[in-house]
Design a protein around this ligand. Sequence first.
Ligand SMILES: [Zn+2]
Length: 447
Amino acid sequence: MTYLLYGGNIWNNDGSVIPNGAVVIDGDEITRVGSAGDVEPNNYDNTIDCSKGLVIPGLVNAHTHIYSTLSRGLILPGDPPENFLEVLTGLWWKLDRNLTEESIKVSALVSGMELLKNGVTTVFDHHSSPGATPGSLKTISEELVGEIGLRGSLCYEVSDRNGEEEKNMGIRENLDWLSYVSNRNDGMVGGQFGLHASFTLSSDTLEEIASYVEDLNVGIHVHLAEGLEDQQDSLSKYGTRVVNRLDSFGLIGPESMLIHGIHLSEPEKNILAERGPTLVYNPRSNMNNAVGVTDLPGMFRRGIDVGLGNDGMGLDMMAEFQAGYFLQKIYHGDPNPLDLTRFGQALFRHNYDLAERTFGAKVGKIAPGYKADIAVLNYQSPTPVSPDNIYGHFLYGFSGNNHPAETVFVDGQPILQDSEVVGINEEEVYERARDLTRTLWERVKKA
Ligand SMILES: [Zn+2]
């Protein structure tokens, strides 16, 4: 099957913009990119008018918790949290414990739909459902990858916070999933070894995980120094800081995904620079939890790869991009704290690099030979779009444009058309989600 995407501005993530462009998809790959004037529309099986759009490589969300979709609007009884630990114990650890297979399914469907409508084609999820652990990653994948058609890299957050038996189930779930991923080998699923955070993991557990990570040659996906509690715990129990602690088990390397990295010392940042992990910035979650701000200038200075996730705060990566840049401005008291192009690479280069390595698929460019993972965003600009100002359009042009994607292809398949998810009854999914959430919330409120 061949497709021609015709008209509109093409941004192919190599510093150029093609006005009134054309992209040809054949099978799962992009085979031709050029000007609309140079192609004959009748030569293709399907032609899609993109003349009001901005055509970009599909976006990547480098860290989220899909189940958090079911927390939207939840009001808990009792006193509001006073610190980050109380946010975890009072909300998230009650919500994840009460998830059922059915609620995991519906959260994956809703997330998949909303990711697509925001132009996201690949997502890295960090899952926890201690009351329904076995098979939970497969359940997410059946909906997210199987039903919706996104690329999904999944992991289960191992923790000692719920005792030995549940920790072992978490480890088993990661191992089962990673085995499934390596057998499937089609570039649509990926995996890391999921860990909650240093402060809920014993040394014995870290040692055990380190042996699996080495044997399987996979990276870890872990929350790092998100709240001060993580450092305080590590210093008081082990006499060392979190990066040094994880590094002492050999857990930090080029394949590691380290999430947040807010409360890090200068020597810890130097260790990251030596080991080469991806650090994932989640600015809206950090603001919401009042945990602090990641030192992006310090990371950039050291050449550390910074990706962008949203930690479950909605699924709109353009809004995250904007909030992330504005947060650095206000934090540093400087209207230009970071080079915008450099910041743009968090979303548009390091996220793509992470996806390429994880899925073993060429993604992140609109260029021949790349996988056809493409988002056509509805974007009529009152000003010219050019190579030198494209990041300004991403920063100022999209936030508030809820669900900007018109058409999305993943692996050459059109899975969003006319802003509707192909093959999915969206109203029915939302209704099912609301029904399930009512009973889920009752259980969470009593927990
Ligand atoms: Zn997270």
